[in-house]
Design a protein around this ligand. Structure first.
Ligand code: MG
Length: 260
């Protein structure tokens, strides 16, 4: 306990002029994710994808008018943008590029974020040669887990996120039935594998689940840094369905028996 108290007081002493709500600290000392160099990645949207941004406009987003679209790239502007459409389980592809030249440090360099259901953040940050707390670096589920590795490209290059999202389920009383899970690739590299979220991802309190509808919008964060985005597409996901219409084949050459 004493250790935690000391750590907290050091942080407070280091931030004497902080006026916002106190920062939530989860107390985990993460090992630094290994830094790796990703291979080439392919960006083509499959035929059944819903295109959320194709380089021309942000008409499908609330507050899109306060961001800038230039040369096929959407740059984060004033306030977050939020899709008009809502999604539950999904596959989301998004490409992003940190401002160049790199400016600022830690959480102040190339910070944005992809929020699933407008409340669960996978961090967007320039984590190329930029130290910050590991559960706040690019690919982290903010304040819950770092990415397994740091697959960040330098600011002059595009990054891709491929996110596989399982929405949390709540019952009619709003009780959590099953948590959210995320699998994610950063530049084609697996960084989160079926990670179970502990709840939402705020700055100033521990994660918590608060009941919400089964679908919600995707939002992209404005953190004061002009991060570029392109090629954003999504596929609502439903697992294959089928009906058992006959017995599974039996061994020893026995004939199948129709059920219906
Ligand atoms: Mg962020």
């Amino acid at each position: 306990m004493k250790k935690f108290a000391i750590a907290a007081s050091v942080v407070l002493m280091a931030m004497p002029s902080v006026t916002r709500a106190a920062e939530y600290l989860n107390g985990i000392e993460w090992k630094p994710p290994a830094i790796i160099t990703p291979g080439k990645t392919n960006a083509g949207a499959p035929s059944d994808a819903i295109i959320l941004f194709n380089g021309t406009n942000l008409d499908g987003w609330k507050n899109g008018e306060n961001w800038t679209v230039k040369d096929g790239i959407a740059y984060s502007g004033k306030g977050k943008i939020t899709t008009l459409e809502s999604f539950g389980d999904c596959q989301l592809h998004i490409e992003w590029k940190a401002p160049e030249p790199a400016k600022g440090s830690g959480q102040g360099r190339g910070n944005s974020g992809v929020f699933l259901m407008d409340r669960y953040e996978i961090q967007v940050l320039d984590s190329y040669e930029n130290e910050t707390y590991h559960d706040g670096q690019a690919g982290a589920i903010y304040k819950q887990t770092p990415p397994a590795v740091n697959a960040m490209r330098p600011p002059s290059e595009w990054n891709t996120y491929d996110i596989f999202w399982t929405a949390p389920r709540f019952d009619e009383e709003g009780k959590l039935v099953s948590p959210a899970y995320i699998t994610a690739m950063h530049n084609g590299v697996l960084i989160l594998n079926h990670f179970e979220l502990k709840g939402d991802t705020p700055f100033n309190r521990p994660p918590a689940y608060n009941p919400h509808p089964p679908t919600g919008p995707i939002s992209l964060q404005d953190h004061g840094n002009p991060v570029g985005f392109r090629n954003i597409w999504i596929r609502p996901f439903q697992a294959a369905t089928g009906e058992q219409v006959r017995d599974p084949f039996l061994r020893n050459g026995a004939k199948e028996t129709p059920i219906k």
